[in-house]
Structures are given as C-alpha cells and as structure tokens.
Design a protein around this ligand. Structure first.
Ligand SMILES: C[S@@+](CC[C@H](N)C(=O)[O-])C[C@H]1O[C@@H](n2cnc3c(N)ncnc32)[C@H](O)[C@@H]1O
Length: 258
C-alpha cells in the first residue's frame, strides 16, 4: 500500500524543487496532477511513502531526473501550429545552410515536422533539438511513433519520410534515417544552460506557458542572444511576450525577428 498523501507543506516544497530546476510554476490548482504523477513514480519505484520518495529524489540523481520528467507536460504532435513552420520555410532563402534550433522539442515531432517541410522545399539545413527530459529525448532520437501520431502529416509525406513497421512494429512508423540524420538531439535546460551559438531560427513553443513572468523574460533574452541578427524566433500560438522586456521586432502573431 502506498501512502501518497501530500500536505500543503510537501506540495510547496516539491513545487519549489520543480521551479528551481525547470522554471515551471506549479500553482495550487495543480495539486491533484502532481499527486497523480508522484503516485505513479512511487508505484514504479515501489517506494511506499511520500516521505521516503522525497528523501530519494533529494539523494538519487537518476530518480530526481525521473521526477522532473514526470512533472513536465510533453504533449506535442506532428505539424502542430504549422503556420510557423510554413512561414519559416517560405522565408529562408535557397542556397545557404540554415541552422535551426527547436528548443523544448519534447518527443521530436516539432523538429521532424520542420525537417520534412524544409526537405520538401529543397532548403539546406541542420536542426538542433533539445529538451530537459531524457525520456523525451530518447523517444525523439529513435523517431518511432504509433501510426495515429502521424495523422496530421499528409499521406504522400508519410510515405516519403517514414518507414512502416512490420511484425512486432506493426502499427508504428519510423522516421527515415536520412531525415533523422539532419537532426541532433541534446539535453538543454532553458533556465540554467548558457546561450548557444548563433542560429538562423529558434522555435521555443508551448513551454513558456508554464513559466512565470520573470522566467519568461530570462529565457526570451537568452534565446535572443542565441540568434544571429535577422534571425527568426517563434513562440507558441497561445503564448505571448506581452509584458516581457525584450529587443525582438514583432513580425506577426507569435513570430519575431532579431
Ligand atoms: C508541451 S512540450 C512542447 C513541445 C513542442 N515545442 C510543441 O510545441 O509541440 C513542452 C516541453 O518543454 C520541456 N521543458 C520544460 N521545462 C523545460 C526547461 N526548463 N528547459 C527545457 N525544456 C523544458 C518539457 O520537457 C516538454 O517536453
């Protein structure tokens, strides 16, 4: 029997750990979500009480990572908010090699969607894709997805860029090697890792929605430093930079330029 009762004090302590590590603000209305996710970790690790679980995450780096993974929301899908990708493809000139960063790529659907459309348009590109979650990065590097996850990808593109699984992989699609090789996946924490070398494009979508104002400001300005002058920056459709002090030029909803 697992005792997953979370007192207000425990919740605040756990929320503090999550905030410090990821920048994610867990408000009080997330108590049930946090409880459910911790209960799942406790069942998986067979740790019988919350007190012991807290002790484990404080002392065991690997369970700490699993805990952080469990606290993040990884929902994504192929061709999500595709207007940003279409805009990028239309506006990147033919010819030079483009350096693109999908920051907070989750299980990889975003960078693969970019790669498919850039390849279709004949652009030269390399994509760097990062996330804080090891589990998501592992899924992303494998590039294997249940068939229904590819439902928004036009059928001819599924045929061109995915291999259909057989036997035990029936019902799965794997991104073809040539496309996978265009993307390098790596761990990057938007809160604590330093700015990176200049990119032509940065997508940081549907993660800042979980950040408070101060964290958003820190992340947006760090990503500004990681773009080359004239580079494009995209945030999620339901996100906003209103109230955030930043030097970006507004281009269109959720798209900015350095
Ligand atoms: C909802 S997904 C967004 C995926 C994709 N960008 C999209 O728009 O569909 C949010 C991702 O942000 C990641 N994340 C949360 N906090 C982070 C941080 N501090 N640094 C890097 N990634 C973070 C989570 O692990 C999760 O995979």
């Amino acid at each position: 029997m697992h005792d997953t009762t979370i007192s207000t004090k425990d919740f605040q302590m756990l929320a503090g750990i999550v905030y410090q590590e990821t920048g994610i603000s867990l408000s009080d209305n997330k108590v049930d979500l946090v409880k459910a996710r911790i209960a799942k970790r406790m069942r998986t690790t067979r740790i019988p009480s919350l007190k012991e679980y807290i002790n484990v995450i404080e002392n065991d780096a690997s369970e700490f990572c699993c805990f952080i993974d469990a606290m993040t929301t990884n929902h994504t899908y192929f061709f999500r908010e595709n207007k940003h990708i279409e805009y990028m493809v239309e506006n990147l000139p033919q010819g030079p090699m483009h350096r693109i960063w999908s920051a907070a790529c989750s299980s990889g659907e975003e960078p693969y969607s970019m790669a498919i459309q850039l390849a279709e348009a004949g652009r030269k590109f390399e994509i760097h894709a990062s996330d804080i979650s090891d589990t998501m990065l592992e899924t992303a590097s494998k590039g294997i997805y249940p068939k229904d996850r590819t439902r928004s990808v036009p059928v001819p593109l599924v045929r061109r860029y995915f291999q259909q699984g057989q036997n035990k992989w029936d019902g799965y699609f794997k991104v073809k090697k040539e496309l996978r090789e265009k993307i390098s996946f790596f761990k990057y924490n938007l809160i604590s890792d330093p700015p990176r070398d200049e990119y032509d494009v940065i997508f940081c979508r549907n993660v800042m929605i979980y950040f408070d104002h101060e964290t958003r400001q820190h992340v947006v300005n760090k990503l500004y430093q990681s773009l080359r002058p004239g580079g494009m920056f995209a945030i999620g459709q339901s996100e906003s930079l209103v109230g955030v002090e930043h030097p970006f030029k507004y281009l269109r909803p959720s798209i900015y330029c350095k």
